[in-house]
Design a protein around this ligand. Sequence first.
Ligand SMILES: [Zn+2]
Length: 96
Amino acid sequence: MRCVDCGMKEAPHEQELCDECYENNNTDTVIYKIPWQKYDPENPPELGKTFLVCIGSKTMEAELRVSFNGRLLWWTDHGFDDTVSHYAPINLPGEE
Ligand SMILES: [Zn+2]
């Protein structure tokens, strides 16, 4: 049968994907697994650095800043937010 992903190549009988798509899928799983850490105000990550954050079921970029009243808050697309539950570092290509 044909590969269900690319629809181009022939897939081996026992699987739905061709070898190439099968390998890509496996790679994606590794790359996109996000190392979430629970946000603990007592032990915050580095200030002013951009992180991927989790707000409810949404993810977005944000950085931790000192707000107008001296509290540590996450600066997001929609302003300061204190409902961030988890954060993860963003690694750019070439960075450790
Ligand atoms: Zn394929």
